[in-house]
Structure formats: structure tokens, C-alpha cells
Write a protein that binds this ligand. Structure first.
Ligand SMILES: Nc1ncnc2c1ncn2[C@@H]1O[C@H](COP(=O)(O)OP(=O)(O)O)[C@@H](O)[C@H]1O
Ligand SMILES: [Mg+2]
Length: 260
């Protein structure tokens, strides 16, 4: 669970984020959208502890990361897989070596590396291309490398910042199929994108930012006070909410099957 609670961040006079609150449950796939400059990247960078909020809490798996000591930051980063618009692959290393770089910082015995790397390369459809260099790959394949690198440490959550921004539509569409596959296996995904075609096609929860504020969150039902009471009594009768049941049936079984 990721909890963003009343978070604000300013850069000089610019209010990049203004009292932002939302929660992302385990296994959820959420689009963070809004125009350029709305604060999407700032929010992802706060979750990575690359930036520090002026106000508010950011809780990942019961740990308020704004209170983490510097020495505990690597541990936090191991829980997060990151995918960027510009791939950030190392040009002088092969596909396999690019994925290995991520493994090198976690505490995994060297004898287990090969199985992990083979698994993620297969998952992203690059099992035949492990020995190639980035210059020999297409944009879509480069994004697959960065996704493999993000997944290889078996993170709790994937943060993606405009992952299809440099790809044509067909390639973007295929990359999104891959994100859906990863999501179906139970991984939590928070994806910043302003790619409207993709957002409309995938029908996931949408959190929209505008000038640093949340202006829409399709994951939060707006109920009138009377509906609220009715909803609450329904829940107490059935013992759980509809969305929770859905989550259980869809994700719980497969949660561990994406062990990488
Ligand atoms: N490091 C920074 N220094 C100064 N201003 C920044 C910095 N990072 C972001 N901003 C400003 O904060 C606002 C939000 O930026 P950003 O989070 O990158 O938006 P988005 O990713 O939605 O396009 C913008 O006005 C941007 O110029
Ligand atoms: Mg951005």
C-alpha cells in the first residue's frame, strides 16, 4: 500500500504539489495524469525519496519514507522498480548486463542471478536478445529492457514516468500489454502519463493532477451523505466491500507468481 497524505512541494515560487492525498492498494494499476507541469514527475520523485516534501506523509508499506534515514534509502529503492520515458539503459552494456546492474545492489547470491535474469527477459519477450547492445535494439525493445531491469529485483511497486512518451502508437500499445500482464500477476503500478489514447483504452483508475492539485480520482466514489450510510450498512452486512472482493479474486492468488 502506498499512501500519499496531504503532500505539498514547492520549488521557489512554484507550487509543484499542493495538498495531494490518495492511496494505492496492493495490486492496483493507477494512471497519474494531467498536463505537462502538473506535478506528476515531482510526485514520483518524492516516492523515490529523490525529493523531500515541504509537508505531508508518504507511506510505503507502513514506513513513512519522509522520515527515513539516509542509510535506509537503498532499502526503500529496492522496493520500487522505475521505468522512464528515455529508458536510461547503459549504452556500453548488453541487455543482460543492463539487467544485472540492478541485481548488483541487492543482496542476492550470485548463483541465483541467471535464473532471475532469464525469467524477466522471458517475461518481457527479450529472451533471444540478451547479448545485444542497446544500439542494436528498437525503442520498444529498449523500454522492455528497462522494464526487465525494474522487475528483476522483485519490487513491491512499479513507478513509470511517461513510459510510452518516446514510442509510436503500435509500440506503445504493445508495451502497455506488457504492463497489463505484469499487473495481472499482482504487481502494483503507478504510471504517470498524459497519453489519452492509452488511458481511455485501458480503463484503469485515473488520478488527475492540475497545477499540483488532484482534480479527479476515479478510484474514489463520490457519495452523498445518505448514500454513504446506505453503502456503509451494505458493507457491514456483507462483511466486505465490492472492490475488496474484486481485488481478492483477481490478485491474491497470483500475487506470488511473479517472483522474479
Ligand atoms: N527541480 C525543480 N526545480 C524547479 N522547478 C521544478 C523542479 N522540478 C519540477 N519543477 C516545476 O514543478 C512543476 C511540476 O513539474 P513536474 O512534476 O515535472 O510536472 P509533470 O511531470 O506533470 O510535467 C513545473 O512547474 C516544473 O517546472
Ligand atoms: Mg513529468
Amino acid at each position: 500500500m502506498l499512501k500519499i497524505n496531504q503532500v505539498s512541494k514547492t520549488f521557489g515560487d512554484i507550487k509543484a504539489l499542493d495538498d495531494v492525498s490518495f492511496q494505492v492498494s496492493d495490486g492496483e494499476f493507477v494512471f497519474l495524469t494531467g498536463p505537462s507541469g502538473a506535478g506528476k514527475t515531482t510526485l514520483l520523485r518524492l516516492v523515490l525519496r529523490e525529493l523531500f516534501p515541504d509537508e505531508g506523509e508518504i507511506v510505503l508499506e507502513d514506513v513513512d519514507i519522509t522520515k527515513l534515514k539516509r542509510k535506509d534509502i537503498p532499502k526503500l529503492r529496492q522496493k520500487i522498480g522505475v521505468v522512464f520515458q528515455d529508458f536510461k539503459v547503459l549504452p556500453e552494456r548488453t541487455v543482460k548486463e543492463n539487467v544485472e546492474v540492478a541485481l548488483a545492489v541487492i543482496n542476492l547470491s550470485r548463483k541465483d542471478w541467471k535464473a532471475r535474469i532469464d525469467h524477466v527477459l522471458k517475461l518481457v519477450g527479450l529472451e533471444e536478445r540478451g547479448d545485444l547492445f542497446p544500439s542494436q535494439l528498437s525503442g520498444g525493445e529498449l523500454q522492455r529492457v528497462s522494464l526487465a531491469r525494474a522487475l528483476v529485483v522483485n519490487p513491491r511497486i512499479i513507478l513509470a514516468d511517461e513510459p510510452t512518451g518516446n514510442l509510436d502508437w503500435d509500440t506503445a500499445d504493445k508495451i502497455m500489454d506488457l504492463f497489463e500482464k505484469i499487473s495481472a500477476e499482482g504487481k502494483t503500478i503507478l504510471m504517470a502519463t498524459h497519453h489519452k489514447l492509452i488511458i481511455n483504452k485501458l480503463k484503469k483508475r485515473i488520478i488527475e493532477l492540475s497545477e499540483g492539485k488532484v482534480v479527479r480520482d476515479t478510484g474514489v466514489k463520490k457519495l452523498s451523505p445518505s448514500q454513504n450510510t446506505r453503502e456503509a450498512s451494505k458493507e457491514s452486512m456483507t462483511g466486505s466491500s465490492v472492490s475488496e472482493d474484486k481485488r481478492k479474486s483477481k490478485n491474491f492468488k497470483s500475487k506470488e507468481s511473479i517472483k522474479t
